[in-house]
Design a binder for this molecule. Sequence first.
Ligand code: GDP
Length: 305
Amino acid sequence: MGLFDSLKAGLAKTRKSFTEKIEMLISGSQKIDEEFLEELEAVLIAADVGMRTTARLLDDIRRAVKAGEVTSPDQLTPFLQQRIEEILAAGISYPRLAGVPPTVIMVVGVNGVGKTTTIGKLGYYYRQNGLKVILAAADTFRAAAIDQLEIWGKRIGADVIKHSEGADPAAVAYDAVKAALARKADVLIIDTAGRLHTKTNLMEELKKLKRVISREIPEAPHETLLVLDATTGQNAISQAKIFGAATDVSGVVLTKLDGTAKGGVIVAIKEELGLPVKWVGVGEGVNDLQPFMPKAFAQALFGDK
Ligand code: GDP
């Protein structure tokens, strides 16, 4: 399957709840009046687009109606697709590689959101591009996380730097950076712990990791990716706020879009948090992580009309 087709397949549930509801509303309405807009508001909020973004979209529609740009309900689908694409594309920043390797990518997020899987897929993406990848198991809190990362390392052909369970995560990160430099790796991806119930400790741990990494490579980590699970909808927004306050998140990976109708949350992440989504996860397979492309996303969301 090509990238666009797998994105489209991954967004099927969101498309069904979101776009199809909008289309039902449109086909049952003669004109865009306040009653119509109220129903549209309910559809947008149910799709986890967020209150602020919903209000903004409704304002845009009112303005377009007044200006005569939109004269009937059936013109709304292309209008909304365009507006959502514009929101997602505003200030877009793509995944970046360091001018001088290794590029160090720190991956943060709450347990269960798909962090380890994302690291595996991300490593695979760079391997496919001919780059040498090293993974670092700095989530030393869970033995299973270390094992899982090793399995991914074997699968994608990447060395894994690990210590034993309970070791100091900063020591793992230090060794990993040293190894990446010595082995001339192009990309180093660092897994981190995600137990949110010990929030303060976790945030201190992340800060310490950063310090250790940037002592060896001043510009590193070049990326701090926050992994969020789309199926959690507005919960993902609160997680992003917590992590955003503790570390400089440079981009979001939104996982499990294929398992949810709440894909609209991507708009809220962008619009309400100002965080760029850089990657989207659309399945459990090694190929199911794609760089986020606003135009393709909006097209896939609206069924490529
Ligand atoms: P972690 O605790 O954050 O490291 O989470 P894991 O990487 O272990 O993932 C938790 C579960 O989510 C696993 O069963 C993964 O296969 C699954 N998962 C991760 N990303 C995706 C995705 O994009 N789509 C689907 N359907 N499942 C995913």
